[in-house]
Design a protein around this ligand. Sequence first.
Ligand code: UDP
Length: 482
Amino acid sequence: MGSTAPHVALLASPGMGHLIPMLELGHRLASTFSLRVTVFVVTTDASTAQSQINQEYSTYKKVISIVLLEQLDLSSLMDWPTAMLSQIVLIMRHSLRYLRSAISSMEIRLTALIVDVFGVDAFAVADEFKMLRYVLVTTNAWYLALITYLPFIDCKNEDDHVRLHQPFNIPGCESVRFEDTISAFYNRDDQTLFNDYKRTGIELGRAHGLLVNTWESLEPKTLRALRDPKTMGRFLESSRIFPIGPVVRPSQPAKQDVPRNKVLEWLDQQPAESVLYVSFGSGGTLSADQLTELAWGLEQSSHRFVWVVRPPTKDSASGSFFRLSKKTDKTPEYLPDGFVTRTQDKGLVVPTWAPQTEVLAHLSVGGFLSHCGWNSILESILNGVPMIAWPLYAEQKMNATMLAEQLGVTVKPEKLPSSGIIRRDEIEAMVRRVMEKDGNEGKQMRIRAHDLKRTADEALREGGSSHYMLSQMARECECGLE
Ligand code: UDP
């Protein structure tokens, strides 16, 4: 790659769910389209971010530069509690001076800045340095349509209670149940959060382009609406839509000189498609009561599992963090006593983190109980793995609805986790529906997941729709603002 190649800057928000697709996009732009790429990473915990990048992205550093911006002190920035989205928006806003000084010191011309939806404030920096403005929407087009539409809805006169039971219409798109949208919308007690969403929605219309982590044949109706000036397109002033997905880090081949990860080693010993992988993303947690029910549900199902588990959130009933159980084996104190011993032939409990893309690519994995973060969903689809949807927050309920009702690759609990505890018998039944080999439902979902994987592969190959869209955007970056 010549040093005169056009150079683009990417700005990643804190959190692995934002960092991973941003790094992967940077890698694609550099390796496939010969752009020079610097990814700026905003962090509140620089040492963890650095070690994760070193562990998982050392190969990327051969083709892109990764720069950690100065670490921010969260306690001086905000009062607590502050909603997650508002926290990230504030962090991004306060990082702009570091971004500005990092760009000034580079002494090269950057042609474009790509931010995620939490980083739209950085458009000001792009304008100062005469760069093109792009957004990487790390979720799907349906959610993009919702947040683009939000600033233009006036719901003051409507009765919230009635609205909760009605489908919410996004022009030209599938309607969505009101309670499946985002809590900031149906539960308007946090005005700052709602305003953050509204401002983001308006700024999205100012981008030169919106790169969406989806592909044409996955969401044709929504993408049509977003481009149609008579429906959603009218809310998107100058922004054009580039579906470039799936942007997902591919699973890494095993290396001779690196010891095999313990989880993968365990999976090597299991029969094909026999293991349910259970994970709630990079930070999702359950209440103590819900953890107990999930443990019993998995045990009752008698199916094999790998469970990435974190200590529970505050116990809603007692207000305490969790009740300690008597430990008689290696069972973490917040799981039912003896759980690890009783399930040792069939299950593996992994504290905090697993190499997820490699796990989902493993032939022994036959299902994924997921919190429905969009990266996790795409990683599952790309491996043809059907899911059990267990959405927790942000846009995850919309994602779960899309998977269950539009794509048919997941089972979903009767009532979503936000409306109470999911009991062990229901969990057991969902696990059986997905994992049982003689059950038709699991088989059909697996076939559909494989069909989706095929369409994703087609979109990504040279000449495919996502490859073409990214090449168009890369060409714009070559020229910059002329
Ligand atoms: N991830 C992982 N190991 C884990 C948990 C998560 O590698 O134990 C990765 C996962 O592969 C995905 C990302 O972290 O790429 C999580 O993103 P997602 O959008 O699914 O959820 P979020 O964490 O943003 O809620």
